[in-house]
Design a protein around this ligand. Sequence first.
Ligand code: ADP
Ligand code: MG
Ligand code: ZN
Length: 509
Amino acid sequence: MLAKVLSFTLVGLEGKKIEVETDISKGLPAYDVVGLPDASVKESRERVRSAVKNAGYLFPANKITVNLAPADLKKEGSGLDLAIAVCILKADGEIKTRTHEDVIFLGELALDGTLRSVRGILPLLISARKAGYTRFVVPAVNKKEASYLPGVEVYAAENLGEVVTFLCGERELAPVAHQEYVTGDTVNPYAADFKYVKGQLAAKRAIEVAVSGGHNILMVGPPGAGKTMLAKCIPTIMPDMPFDEALEVTKIHSVAGQLDAEEGITRCRPFRTPHHTATTVSLTGGTTNSKPGEISLAHGGVLFLDELPEYQRGALEALRQPLEDRVITVARAASTVTYPANFMLVASMNPCPCGNYGSRQQECVCTANQIQRYRAKISGPLLDRIDLQLVVDSVKYEELTEKADGEPSASIKQRVDACRAIQRNRLQKDGIFTNSEMGEKQIKKYCVLSPECEAVMQNAFKTLNLSARARSRILKVARTIADLAGEEDISRIHLLEAIGYRTFDQSAR
Ligand SMILES: Nc1ncnc2c1ncn2[C@@H]1O[C@H](COP(=O)(O)OP(=O)(O)O)[C@@H](O)[C@H]1O
Ligand SMILES: [Mg+2]
Ligand SMILES: [Zn+2]
């Protein structure tokens, strides 16, 4: 007998429909899976066979052919196990019902018939819903992840036996209850807080501007100046994540297999800190199993590269395209996939090999040549893409021993949240959320300069020898500074502050 069951498989962040067809015919016992299955799908043969037996059903002792269509699509992973098992039992006449033909089955099987979690449940559900499918059977461990998506009917099962008895009408499975997503956990879950950072008012201000608009920032200063400490406080002021952004981030983390199953959704903006020994591939993603890399896992949040010149040159250069396009395209065996990579780059570095160049406290002992060679590790084009370049010097002893706390992160975060809301309102119709994402069209529309400001800009362009890209980036930062002030127009002081954040790339040349 012939049977057909539906499933979905991942290609990048998209789910593609798979039709599992099974034919059982008289003949010598055999079990073949055809339709370009990769190694893990082939292994599924053995899992399915054991799971069916251990769930208490007879595995048909005939000639079984399983076809996965479309044949030209490379199927990855083990998420098709459940659909294959159900299809075999249907073809064998064990499951007779016809009311479940539009149900999508997702899940890996353990040898004892237990349903194991699959990567990318959320993107699979979203793609299937887009294609018009609304009913799903998923592993119970993936229940939480499926619960946030509206407009779907999801049944979560512990094992194959539950699924079969449910399909035969011998058992009820309650659909997973839909959960409303709520933003705004006001409790700071981090040990760090800006209130513990003494002094450094200019640095804190620049970081507030950068986080508010999602702009890239580089901190340059001597060892011990507090660069790492400042960066580690950034998560404490990152704005809440609205549902649409959370879904996008969750999709990536789910496909990477990094989603907390208990949480089911990524609520906190990511703060990724890859080590300086990180390879280009681990940053960009796209190995044989085509998982997203660090820069995609940082989507919607921060990629923190501490001690920037220590990173491999190739890895740094690989950041240039995503810093511009906000997506990364990676090659796979037969095709390419594109992952979102819209992150805010936070980086730190010493100003020179000894670390003291420009410091008020210590003397630099490096030659001009040494300094130049050191800075050349960061290419001009990469530096050009960093909106705010911040010189951080060590605080004085008196400041460090100051008893009073600084402004707490929670109150800075309120301003950041308010500033993000202004940007969202203005930019949502353009399909973006932050000032840093503005293209030339939006810059022209929302960063209009008065003749007085235009003169200031022109002057800076000449004296600082800025590139066209630097000009756009300054305008976007000025827009954020005006938004933080709650002002409609960019005024002279906003622009001057933004220009002031672009001085390091000049001193470096
Ligand atoms: N402004 C500051 N307020 C409080 N502690 C500071 C400050 N600056 C530096 N420190 C202390 O010095 C330590 C070293 O700072 P760190 O962030 O590692 O410096 P850097 O990364 O610039 O080399 C911090 O862990 C912190 O204890
Ligand atoms: Mg450090
Ligand atoms: Zn030096």
